[in-house]
Design a protein around this ligand. Structure first.
Ligand code: ATP
Ligand code: MG
Length: 438
């Protein structure tokens, strides 16, 4: 089934001529105790068996920039089968490009064999380019080729825990020190190969506070439409990273500047550079929550993004005679269906957005048990937070929002008084009940 892939010999020869810069620990400061002990174990095992193995990618970049790495990935000259033979806790995954996952309790170290195809020219049986887009990319390669095929120079550093040295094949180390975000190779070719790199560029620039190299930034706006060819499921994954890592608002602004926002969420706002106040505040609140370590959900953000469209369509439907909740349900369904053509929002999040929208008219009913029941509903908190955001655009809702804020803060007796103002409702009903009983 899985025949071993050939090493790309032609470029292996040129590999030797490429210089690798080795940076000592005394200069870069990363000690092996700063990286995952399990990743070190994997590397030690591979190196003992005669293979090259390093920690690669985002984690070394993050450590150099003073960020906490999310995970530690390993790249090696060993094939996935060799990795599995060396480690009992290794499992092979991936059909198109096989990787080994080495499990240590809850931590999984991803071990990938060096990949080639870094000179962005040769097509072969194993590397296919269609209209410039990389659709198959599964040639094993050398260490240097593996660095070359990565996206940004700062993502191509390799770290050897045994010697505590960094190996830099393309100048990524100086770019980290200079806080420069630079694509490896010709930017147009690299964006065409994989347009998701446009989004990754924005994400790293904002999150890591980097300056984008002019050549990397230059073609972005004109290449933004390439995102239309990316499967909606992949865009969804990327959008979560863009908006949930604590920099949602500056990321939004950068996406708009690079004409990328309109490719992900087309036609939502008249002028994306001036988004509705509710949207800006939803993004800012998300960042605030991340900063405070509170949970965030994309369901809330999608509810905000699509709200202007949902609201105006629901208003139309109400005009034509539909009840408000039904109108919102239908308008929400339509907006989600249109959006799904670009971004595959997982059902649990689209359901949440719809629940938030449909709960809005129910806030207007403040009398009786119905109001008290609403507080206990699963989506109450999110829908109430959404109501607070709506006040920014509909100031007439302020008094209503304050009432819902107050009712959550008071004790049960007070709650009852709030939903039965003056207790009138009850007094009128009781004598009638007694009569009926006699
Ligand atoms: P983070 O995990 O913080 O999002 P990361 O750089 O680790 O950042 P991953 O998506 O985990 O990003 O990818 C790991 C590494 O794989 C990257 O550092 C990069 O070297 C390489 N890589 C990822 N995506 C691409 C891509 N689209 N094109 C080329 N190389 C990529
Ligand atoms: Mg990563």
């Amino acid at each position: 089934m899985h025949r071993p892939l050939p090493l790309n010999r032609s470029s292996q020869a040129s590999d030797n001529s490429r210089q690798v810069r080795v940076i000592e620990c005394k200069d870069h400061g990363i000690q092996s105790r700063h990286v995952s002990a399990n990743a070190c174990k994997v590397i030690e095992r591979l190196q003992q068996a005669g293979h090259a193995a390093y920690i690669v990618g985002g984690s070394i970049r993050d450590l150099l920039l003073g960020h906490r790495p999310k995970d530690f990935d390993v790249a090696t000259s060993a094939t996935p089968e060799q990795v599995r033979e060396l480690m009992r806790n290794a499992r092979l995954i991936g059909r198109r490009f096989r990787l080994a996952h080495v499990r240590f309790g809850r931590e999984i170290i991803e071990v990938a064999t060096f990949r080639g195809g870094g000179d962005h020219e040769e097509d072969s049986e194993h590397r296919e380019v269609e209209k410039g887009r990389l659709i198959r990319d599964n040639v094993y390669g050398t260490e240097s080729e593996d660095a070359q095929r990565r996206d940004f120079t700062i993502n191509a550093l390799m770290y050897d825990p045994a010697t505590e040295t960094i190996r830099d094949h393309i100048g990524g180390y100086d770019d980290v020190l200079g806080r420069r975000l630079k694509l490896i190779g010709d930017p147009q070719t690299r964006y065409r190969e994989d347009p998701v790199r446009l989004l990754r560029a924005v994400r790293f620039m904002v999150k890591l506070d980097l300056t984008m190299d002019p050549e990397t930034a230059g073609p972005m706006v004109s290449m933004a439409p390439l995102l239309r060819d990316i499967p909606p499921a992949r865009l969804f994954d990327e959008i979560l990273k863009l908006f949930l890592s604590g920099c949602a608002w500056p990321t939004y602004q950068a996406l708009v500047r690079q004409a990328l926002w309109g490719e992900l969420f087309p036609g939502l706002f008249e002028d994306p550079a001036q988004p509705p106040p509710l949207v800006e505040q939803a993004l800012r609140n998300t960042d605030q929550r991340v900063a405070e370590g509170l949970p965030v959900t994309p369901g809330f953000l999608f509810a905000a993004f699509l709200w202007p469209r949902v609201k105006s369509r629901a208003d139309e439907l109400v005009e034509s005679g539909l009840a408000p909740v039904e109108a919102l349900a239908e308008a929400g369904e339509e907006a989600m269906a249109a959006q799904a053509k670009r971004v595959a929002i997982h059902r649990r999040f689209s359901t949440m957005s719809k629940e938030i929208w449909c709960m809005q008219p129910r806030f207007e009913r403040r009398r009786g048990k119905r109001a008290l029941r609403l507080i206990n509903e699963r989506r109450f908190r999110a829908a109430y937070d959404f109501l607070l955001l709506r006040v920014l655009e509909e100031p007439e809702l302020e008094e209503l929002a304050e009432w819902w804020t107050r009712i959550q803060a008071v004790d049960n007796d007070e709650k009852l008084k709030m939903v039965h103002p003056g207790g009138k409702g009850r007094r009128r009903r009781r004598p009638r009940k007694r009569k009926a009983a006699q």
